[in-house]
Design a protein around this ligand. Sequence first.
Ligand SMILES: Nc1nc2c(ncn2[C@@H]2O[C@H](COP(=O)(O)OP(=O)(O)OP(=O)(O)O)[C@@H](O)[C@H]2O)c(=O)[nH]1
Ligand SMILES: [Mg+2]
Length: 386
Amino acid sequence: MKFVDEAVIRVEAGDGGSGCVSFRREKYVPDGGPDGGDGGDGGDVYLQADESFNTLIDFQFERFHRAERGKNGRGRDCTGHGGEDLVLKVPVGTRAIDEETEESLGDLTAHGQRMLVAKGGFHGLGNTRFKSSTNRAPRQKTLGTPGEVRSLKLELMLLADVGLLGMPNAGKSTFIRSVSRAKPKVADYPFTTLVPNLGVVNPRHGQSFVIADIPGLIEGAADGAGLGVRFLKHLERCRVLLHLVDIDPIDGSDPVESARAIVGELEKHSPKLAGKPRWLVINKTDLLLEEELQERIDHIVNELEWKGEVYTISAYNRDGTEELSLKLVDFIDSLPEEEEVDVEAEVEFKWDNYHKDSDSLNEDYDDSDDDDFDDDDYDVEVIYQR
Ligand SMILES: Nc1nc2c(ncn2[C@@H]2O[C@H](COP(=O)(O)OP(=O)(O)OP(=O)(O)O)[C@@H](O)[C@H]2O)c(=O)[nH]1
Ligand SMILES: [Mg+2]
């Protein structure tokens, strides 16, 4: 399964509707007072996690998303309607990043969780608001403020329980093929896998886990060699990592050296990942005769001074793979639940002082000595003129 896990979109909140300048005009009521209503606030744009989506592929095709503008105010004290909010459904596990500042806005980690990503504009005020004892026929109004516009980078962290690590050609894709229904390409050359693959493993009825196959790592990956370490981020949420080691590499390289290189890259790139439970999985046992096999396994384990779990498999023959899957499902089930996420809580909005600007805008209007109706009319929407 090909996984689209990044998308850049543009979100535009609605502008605030403008206030209105209008005066009451009725039979037998000469000189009716001001009755221009306020505009409505612009609609906000939210991201909402939804477990029925598991890729960001829709956002690759539809990049522009705009919430509704607030309606302008009208005469007879009619306030304009607020613009409708726009809620974009994204898969659980999506992270939103501001493309310009590269600031992470937050992660959506549970179904139903919402995050505000663009705040709608604040409404403009109608002329009713400017009425005072000295100015009973004000002709001021304010315009709505523009809605926020933002370029967002969405990243989907694959929510895999088990992550596969290893050199190119170690047999990672063969392993995921043998234990799940995922069918990534397998070939006898390095860097066959170019995008992460996910597979669901179901070793026992009612118990399953998700496994992630990522492109192989090589020495220097943390500095960009090969395909680099950018795919390691997909393993950040895994509960356990499987380090696959080819027992008899076709290019004659030393499995111990290769394994050390992987651990080195992991530590260099992310101490958090390096601190996760890691199991050694020695693959391709079918390539060696039995007497040679045990010797080679012991050698690898001793040289690496490996203290943790060790498994030996032949991913190709499916030898030992079922046992490993059962151990994995039991291990994952035995772990304490991950921190509870408060689903009700909205993710904090980082620009909550946004309205400060629109408030100060209104203070600029000092109508105490503004009796001159011919004053700058440029932004006044005149509905009624005496
Ligand atoms: N004999 C034998 N060959 C295997 C076994 N597992 C994988 N292979 C072979 O090793 C080669 C590489 O396998 P892949 O599964 O593509 O390896 P990978 O780790 O996904 O490689 P990259 O995607 O390049 O990182 C293929 O030719 C497989 O057929 C095994 O258990 N025994
Ligand atoms: Mg592969």
